[in-house]
Design a protein around this ligand. Sequence first.
Ligand SMILES: [Zn+2]
Length: 154
Amino acid sequence: MSNCFVCQQKGKPVKIVTLQNLLKTEVLAKLNTTLNYFFCGEENCPIVYFNQQGQIFIIEELKVPVYQKDKSKNIPVCYCFNWTRESIYQKIKETQQNDVENSIKAKMKAQLCACEIKNPQGSCCLTNVHQTIDNYSSEFELLNDDEMIVLTQN
Ligand SMILES: [Zn+2]
């Protein structure tokens, strides 16, 4: 059973190395590296990590803000290459293209990403980047009446 104690949603397994890197120093000693931890990605839930023994780590106990749980513009979407909601928005606005995903993919290919130790979810950010860009698409159409922007380039 790997459901979050607060929101009851299913958690996603994360590696210990993710918690070792992202928990604040003052709470790190609470981490039991012999147990399995799960990530709660529910927007309105304060829990970030939990284990099946009832231990939890909340948003404030991480060194970085959590994309899924904070809708602010300056929250990281891609933790490895420093893309925030705002910088993604600005880049697309500036270039009129979706170069962001390709840029991230190219760096991943060059093995420059470190999602396991940088991203609280412990895995690749691309789905979140895609979702962020999708959320902006209507906004861009409103901003650019006669300009089409390419939102998917594969
Ligand atoms: Zn939760």
